[in-house]
Design a protein around this ligand. Structure first.
Ligand code: P1T
Length: 382
């Protein structure tokens, strides 16, 4: 049999029916400890921080979807990022995007910076900028694509070729795209990181994170840190992400469809100054996105005419789009990055335009979403 397709693996990889009972949904394993027949003789599970059957199912399933050999699950996206950063040493240098999730910047700059890991933000859509930011100590290039919140597109293959020629690793935060739309390892990335809190979980009811990679040596080190530092997710959280993965493909298709319609409407709206959506031909990364991604995703950002004041008014004027942080779930969310998700980058090169609004376009009826946004834009500008 050929390798099963994405949707089949999303539903079955790592989770065959329970051999003991035939249960089609494998039972969630809450046990913290596992019986040993004799000292050191067990069935692969000893203590739930080290390994847990439900977590292992999730790790196997996501590794399969990303096309990687090893998956590791964590208590949050930031815990996954932190685990990866532990592979660096004082004196090492990281190049990070000049547009990225505020919490990623805060972790690298304010937690790892004082521990001796330096970093430089750069526009990774330009190889010249990447080269300018390079130092002899650079060990890691941190890529987000599409970026949060500007939805810039980075050519993963180009960054990987450059970084590898200088002996550094490339990590791609694939949270916005998901493995359904983009598989970074296939373009040469070394590690994929996810906030499972977003599209993978898909229902705004679980916080989690994952790493996926091929290299067995690095996987061993990460597995050691995962157990030794212990930022692991609980079994119920793993179960919720696994359940979300089963519908990832159909949800992403609808997210892409709805977001494209929203971007088109906003692009033609007189109250909107500019729209950022990789599916628009006017987006500078459109061609790379068309090559690298299977669809353009469910996130849309835009700048309202009238700056901060107008943006704040639009953010509170929608009815279906809920004003809230986070993204990637079935319901539509609207947020104001400058004071919400990206408040921690104020004063840094990652600072966000105060006129910017970010939408996580959900899978509700598209006519309702368009009417909600048009109504909010009208109310805010009148
Ligand atoms: O929230 P957590 O699961 O720890 O994931 C952090 C994270 C990592 N990477 C990206 C691209 C993210 O967007 C996030 C979290 N972002 C939000 C909460 C947000 O509203 O942008």
């Amino acid at each position: 049999m050929p390798e099963p397709g994405f949707e089949t693996r999303a539903i079955h990889a790592g989770q065959p029916p329970d051999p003991a009972t035939g249960a089609v949904v494998p039972p969630v394993s809450f046990s913290t400890t596992f019986a040993q027949e004799a000292v050191g003789r067990h069935r692969g599970f000893e203590y739930a921080r080290s390994a847990n059957p439900t977590r292992q199912a999730l790790e196997t399933c996501l590794a399969s979807l990303e096309g990687g050999a090893h998956g590791l699950a964590y208590a949050s996206g930031l815990a996954a990022e932190d685990a990866l950063l532990r592979t660096l040493s004082p004196g090492h240098h990281v190049i990070l995007p000049n547009d990225a999730y505020g919490g990623t910047f805060r972790l690298i700059d304010r937690v790892w910076g004082p521990l001796g890991v330096s970093s430089t933000p750069a526009d990774l859509t330009s190889t010249a900028e990447l080269e300018a930011a390079w130092r002899a100590e650079t060990r890691l290039v941190w890529v987000e694509t599409p970026t949060n919140p500007l939805l810039s597109i980075v050519d993963i293959g180009a960054v990987a070729a450059f970084a590898h020629s200088r002996g550094a690793l490339v990590v791609v935060d694939n949270t916005f795209a998901t493995p359904y739309l983009q598989r970074p390892l296939s373009y040469g990335a070394d590690v994929v990181v996810h906030s499972a809190t977003k599209y993978l979980g898909g229902h705004s009811d679980v916080v989690g994170g994952l790493l996926v990679l091929d290299d067995p040596e690095l996987a061993n080190r990460l597995s050691f840190f995962q157990n030794a530092a212990g930022a692991v997710p609980g079994p119920m959280d793993c179960y919720l992400v696994l359940r979300g993965l089963k519908t990832l493909a159909v949800r992403m298709d609808r997210h892409c469809h709805n977001a494209a319609a929203v971007a088109d409407m906003l692009a033609g709206h007189p109250a909107v100054e500019r729209v950022r959506y990789p599916g628009l031909r006017s987006h500078p990364g459109h061609d790379v996105a068309a090559r690298q991604m299977r669809g353009f995703g469910g996130m849309v950002s835009f700048v309202v005419r009238g700056g901060e004041k107008a943006a704040l008014e639009v953010a509170r004027a929608t009815e279906i789009f809920t004003l809230a942080e986070s993204l990637g779930a079935v319901e539509s969310l609207i947020e104001y990055p400058h004071r919400m998700t990206h408040a921690s980058v104020a004063g840094s090169p990652l600072q966000v335009d105060p006129g910017l609004i970010r939408l996580s376009v959900g899978i509700e009826t598209i006519e309702d979403l368009l009417a909600d946004l048009a109504g909010a834009l009208e109310r805010a500008s009148s």
